[in-house]
Design a protein around this ligand. Structure first.
Ligand code: MN
Length: 289
């Protein structure tokens, strides 16, 4: 099942004919709390699923091009991110002052966080701050969403805690030799975490390592990778992070970028696709504030 969040944070099921509003399946839903209640919807999904399926059949579809797709988890408690998690990306960053360049990978480094406020949806542009002196890059990544609390989970139990899979573009301001901001700041500008276009529930993706990810800028393919090449795979990431703190329903974990990271400029168009998950087309522009 494909779960989307759209317009004023309504919850939808995406079919071939558009998005069906299933918000009424969540008891006690309130417009004022809508972005946060998606976490409850995810936590209670097994119990709510019959009502969700009924509403998906009964409510008329809205064409996808007539809704605003929001991040499918608008207000997760955490957005975890794997640093250097593909050998080929490690190689392309080696020796560069642009990144942290410790020579270590996600296996040793664990995770960093992106600010949850940096999330945006598939209908939103990537907005670069007006800093012509700085380089901004795309990192196309598979992301997964936690479905039930994971604390001290072993890798063999880990996938039981995944609600589903989606795409995150981990946008990044690179460092220079003299400008050395924290990674969290450089990756947390508003709109630097496009997430979507929706979540595909985990029952449809029994083995995430079989997925592939592709990213194009202005029609030129920049990234093309198989998730089998992850240094720390999805179960490993859950084992590693859940040893530190509980991962909560709705939490987003982005798995790291393959090789082929490249620059973004105002006027560009980024397309990112994971077959079996979805595709986002994201314009890039200069932000107006
Ligand atoms: Mn990344």
């Amino acid at each position: 099942m494909r779960i989307a969040v759209f317009d004023e944070y309504r919850i939808g099921v995406v079919g071939d004919d558009g998005v069906h509003d299933v918000t009424a399946a969540l008891p006690g839903w309130r417009a004022e709390l809508a972005p946060y209640l998606v976490n409850d919807f995810i936590a209670r999904f097994a119990e709510l699923r019959p009502a969700v399926e009924q509403l998906a059949r009964d409510t008329p579809p809205r064409p996808l091009d007539q809704v605003r797709l929001r991040p499918p988890v608008p207000r997760p408690t955490h957005v975890f991110a794997a640093p250097v998690n593909y050998r080929a990306h490690q190689a392309e960053m080696k020796g560069s002052p642009m990144g942290s360049n410790t020579g270590l990978t996600a296996a040793e480094l664990g995770f960093f966080l992106k600010a949850t406020g940096s999330l945006s949806g598939a209908s939103d542009p990537i907005e670069l701050p007006a800093r012509p002196d700085r380089r901004f890059d795309h990192e196309g990544e598979l992301a997964f969403v936690i479905g039930r609390q994971a604390q001290g989970v072993s890798r063999d139990q880990a996938l039981d805690h995944v609600f589903g899979y989606t795409i995150l573009v981990d946008c990044t301001m690179r460092m220079t030799a003299t400008q050395r901001e924290e990674r969290v700041l450089r990756k947390s500008f508003a709109s630097f975490a496009p997430l979507g276009p929706w979540i595909v529930t985990a029952d449809e993706i029994p083995d995430p390592s079989r997925l592939t990810i592709k990213l194009w800028v202005n029609g030129v393919q920049q990234q093309d990778a198989s998730l089998t090449d992850l240094i720390v795979d999805v179960p490993g990431l859950i084992e590693q992070a859940s040893a530190v703190l509980p991962l909560l329903p709705g939490d987003v974990y982005t798995t790291g970028s393959p090789a082929g990271v490249g620059e973004l400029h105002p006027g560009d168009e980024v397309v990112v696709e994971i077959a079996g998950v979805g595709r986002m087309t994201l314009p890039v522009r200069t932000r107006d504030w």
